[in-house]
Design a protein around this ligand. Structure first.
Ligand SMILES: *Cc1c(COP(=O)(O)O)cnc(C)c1O
Length: 356
């Protein structure tokens, strides 16, 4: 068990109104979790303190070489009024895969889960309850050695902050337009693509700016070598329904192994659908589109759960998918996963972990 020292705020902030438009990641709660790592001593001094600024030396390593990782999950109120997390064990495991790649020390999985539960419990009253809303949980680790040399840091901070977040879609599941990027790449095999780390996002911003300038909301990245095979969207994995089959790019080292992705794959297999994890080229997509068998396209990720894609642009080609409407499979998956999270359908109760 983690021994967590708790210092409660003496000046709690005002919580957003019940019907407030929360947006995503804009509001912080009253508290945060902090723990230090020091070489030779390990992880120590777990504490929950009032949400506050950090004080770091300008030479702290994270500012220069980007040695950091993060995670993202959500806390919800179930229909029984209790507080739940969705598969936090998978976040804890993935955190350590990211840590390993970034030479950040391993964080015992039980520490990760206990810390998330403890901070969510303290700020439980911040969990919004309107449909589609949740408390977004952002754990992250940063390198803090005061040193300009290039080497793994010997000290770190593990921090968890919380942010009440609104329904991802103001007007239901609206399909998004996606730009298939043919110039820049996000990650390469052997790089950090499979790790959740800021560097991957830094590399992706320029593509996002291009896409936004052209009226598309997200970028779909191609493989870093041939720029021919589909990888994933900015912060989502991607699925296609082609001629009745559910197809998603296989995990090849440059794609983030999403927890939503894994859950969607498992559900589709349990429903008896044909599911394929494999390489998918842009050419194959365009051909499927031209033959009228590209039936549905959707992104998967914690923030939106399912994000239907209504439009896909590649060079001169603009593909309009499913009449720019959400498809039946996308809708069924969305309803099932959110139903599991809220405890409405009795499916996979083990995917929900109560915060007591
Ligand atoms: C977090 C993330 C995803 C989605 O993962 P989930 O665990 O489903 O939220 C997909 N791609 C990238 C690059 C990510 O950072």
């Amino acid at each position: 068990m983690l021994d967590i020292r708790i210092e409660k705020t003496t000046s709690p902030k005002e919580k957003p109104a019940k019907d407030a438009k929360l947006g995503f990641g804009k509001i912080s709660t009253d508290h945060m979790f902090v723990m230090n790592y020091t070489e030779g001593k390990g992880w120590h001094d777990a504490r929950i303190v009032p949400y506050q600024n950090l004080s770091l030396a300008p030479s702290a390593m994270v500012f220069h070489y980007g040695q950091e990782m993060f995670e993202g999950l959500k806390a919800y109120k179930g229909v029984d009024g209790k507080t739940y997390l969705f598969r936090p064990d998978m976040n804890a495991k993935r955190a350590n895969n990211s840590n390993q790649r970034l030479c950040i020390p391993q964080l015992p999985e039980e520490y990760f889960i206990e810390a998330v539960k403890a901070i969510v419990k303290i700020d439980e009253d911040w969990i919004p309850t309107a449909e589609g809303t949740s408390l977004y949980v952002r754990p992250f680790i940063i390198a803090t050695d005061e040193f300009l040399g290039v080497a793994p840091s010997k000290t770190y901070l593990f921090i968890i902050i919380l942010s009440p977040s609104g329904a991802y879609y103001a007007n239901g599941l609206e399909p998004v337009g996606i730009w298939i990027e043919d110039e820049y790449v996000r990650a390469v095999r052997g790089g950090m693509g499979f790790a959740k780390t800021g560097g991957n996002y830094a590399a992706s911003l320029i593509g996002q700016v291009k896409a936004h300038n052209d009226g598309y909301s997200q970028v779909l990245w191609l493989d870093g070598v041939e720029r021919k095979y589909i990888e994933e969207v900015g912060a989502m994995n991607i699925f296609f329904k082609i001629n009745g089959k559910v197809v998603t790019p296989m995990l090849n080292g440059s794609i983030l192994p999403g927890i939503t992705r894994a859950s969607v794959l498992q559900l589709c297999r349990e429903w008896g659908l044909d599911v394929e994890e494999r390489k998918i080229s842009v050419d194959e997509l365009i051909k499927a589109y031209e033959h009228g068998i590209l039936e549905e396209v959707f992104g998967t990720g914690t923030a939106a759960v399912i994000s239907p894609v209504g439009k896909l642009r590649y060079e001169d080609e603009v593909m309009v998918i499913g009449n720019n409407q959400i498809g039946p499979l996308s809708q069924k998956i969305y309803d099932t996963i959110t139903g599991i999270q809220l405890g409405k359908n009795g499916i996979h109760p083990e995917w929900r972990v109560e915060v007591k």
